[in-house]
Design a protein around this ligand. Sequence first.
Ligand SMILES: C[S@@+](CC[C@H](N)C(=O)[O-])C[C@H]1O[C@@H](n2cnc3c(N)ncnc32)[C@H](O)[C@@H]1O
Length: 590
Amino acid sequence: MKIFEANITCKVVEFLKESLKNIVLTGAANQMLYNQFGILHSFENDDELSHLKEQLSIKSDAASEPDRVGYGDFQTNADLSDKVAVHLITQKISPDIIIEPTCGKGAFILASLKRFTQLKAVYGIEIYKPYVWECKFGIMDFFLDNPQANKPDIVIFHSNVFDFNFNQIREKHAAQNILIIGNLPWVTNSKLGCLDSENLPKKTNSKNYKGLDAITGKGNFDIAEYITTSLIDTFQETQMTVALLVKNTVIKNIVFDQSKSKRKISEIRKYCINSKKEFNVSVEASLFYCKMQSSPEFDCIEFDFYSKTQPIKKLGWTGQKFVSNIDAYLYTKNIDGESPFVWRQGLKHDCSAVMELERVKGHYTNGLNEEFVLESDLVYGMLKSSDLKNTVINQPRKFTLVTQKNIGQETNCIKRIYPDTYRYLFTHKAYFDARKSIIYNNRPSFSIFGIGDYSFAPYKTAISGLYKTFHFTLVLPFEEKPVMLDDTCYFIGFDKIEFAVYSLLLLNSKECMLFLKSVTFPDAKRTFTKDILMRIDLFELAKSYSEQERQNDLIKLNETYGLHLTLELWDSFIAKMRPAKSSQPTLEFG
Ligand SMILES: C[S@@+](CC[C@H](N)C(=O)[O-])C[C@H]1O[C@@H](n2cnc3c(N)ncnc32)[C@H](O)[C@@H]1O
C-alpha cells in the first residue's frame, strides 16, 4: 500500500497509527520516531504530521508513478545492495558514518543498517519526496523486525543533492570512517537536454566549464560524474571510502581526469555488474570503489562483481597514454606509432532518403520508394558499417550518387553531362537544402563530404567505426568501379590489391587486435576513430609478422574467397611503408 505516494508495509502503518494516535505536536512525534528508529527530523512541520495521520486512516495504493526519466531513476534491488555491503565487509570496510547521496527508496541504507553493525550516523539525500518517505518507512520496518539492531542517528534529507552542503557532515565527522555508498542517477546532460530537465548543478568548475550554460552546451556532462567528483573533492582529506554504482563511462572519465586533477584517491576498482539483470537497462555499469586520503593513483583494476576473484584487467594511465588494458598495451606498445597510410572516413551526405539507392532490374529505388533511371557514371556501390561483416566484400548491397570528386567542386556540369541524374537531384533539391549541418552552407548544390582522390582508390581496407567488432574488411571494386564507404566507416585505399590484402592481414593479426583492444573503450560512441587507427604503425607490426604466419593467413584467405594472390610484392609493400619511419610525409595511398 502507499502513503505519501510511498510504499509502506502494514506493519509500519499499524505501528504509526498506534504510536501517533495521542501525539499532536511535531516535536513529540519526531522524538518518538528518533527513540524508536534513530530517525531525526522525520516530520518537517505540523502539516506533514497531520497529513500522515489522515493518510493512515485512508488505505490507498492508487498512486501512479510519475515520469522520472530526468532523474535517472533506477532503484537498486535489495539483493544487489546487500551484496555490495557484504563485499565491502570482505574489504575490511567498517564505517562509522554512511552517506547515500541520492538514496531513493533506501536500498543501500537498509543494507548498511543490516550489515554495518558499528554505524553511528546515516545520512541520506533524495530529491523526490515519496522516496524520502518510503526510505523512512523502510527503516521503521527494519527496526520493527530487528528491535535489537544497532541504531545509529539517521537523517533522510528531502533535498536536491546539488544544493546540499556536504561540508557540514565532513566537519562533524572529520575523524571518523565515512563510507559513501549508493547508486547515482543514470543520466547524461545530453539526455537531460532532450528532456528539458533542470536536474543539473547551478554552477560548477567541473572540467573548467563556466556555469550552467556552458555545462548545458557540453553534450556529455554526466550528473553522476559530477556528484562523484564533487564528493571526492569535498572528502579527499578524510578517511573515506567510495562505493557507488555508476555507468562505466563515469569511472573511465574519473580515471582519465586523474592526470590533471590528481585527486587523492587510491585502490581504484571497478566491479562490473550485469545492468540488464539488475536494472533491465542496456548500459554498462559498475560499482566504483576507491579510498581517500592517499597519494593519487592513475589506474583502475576491473573485476566481475559476481565472482570478484581474478582481476579482468587494469585501465588507466601508463606513462603518457590512457588505455583500456594496461598489460595488453605494454605487450603491444611497439606498434603504437604512426600509420604509414592515411586513414580516411567515408562519404557523408546527410541525405539518405535520396542518396541511398538500391538497384532493381536496371532501375534504381530510393528511401522514398520512388523508382527512377540514372546514368551509371555517378552511381557507385556503397557499404555501410553493418555491411562490413565479412573479410572480403566484392558486391555492395546499396549504391550512392557521387556528385563531386573533391570537396567544394562545382556541380553545375551534372546538368549538361548527366541529364537524368540532374533531374533526379533537382527534383529532390529540397531534401539537400534541408540538411541541418552548417558544413553544407554556401556550398554547391548536392554537395557531399568525405570525398577526394582517396575515395576512388580501387582496393580498400576498411573497418566500421560504430561496431565493436575488431575485424577489418577488404573492399573490392564492383563493375570495375571503386566501392564507396559511408561516414560511419574508416579505410585506407590502395591501387594494388596485394597491398590492400597485406595491410588486411597485418590489421587482422593477433598483435594488432590486442593493441586495438587495449586502446579502445567499449562504451565510446565510436569504438574506432581516425585518431586510433592512425596510431597503428603497420611497418613496425610487419616486423613481428613472420613469413610463415603471412603464408598461412594468405592461403586461408585465398581459399575462402577464391583469390589467387601471392606474397611476391611483400618487400615492395614494406619498402612503401618504410619512409614514414624516417619521418617522410605519410602516403595518401599505396
Ligand atoms: C539510480 S536511482 C538510485 C536510488 C538509490 N540510490 C538506490 O540505490 O536505489 C537515483 C536516485 O537519485 C534521485 N535523484 C535524481 N536527481 C537527484 C538530485 N538532483 N538530488 C537528489 N536526488 C536525486 C532519484 O530520485 C533516484 O531516487
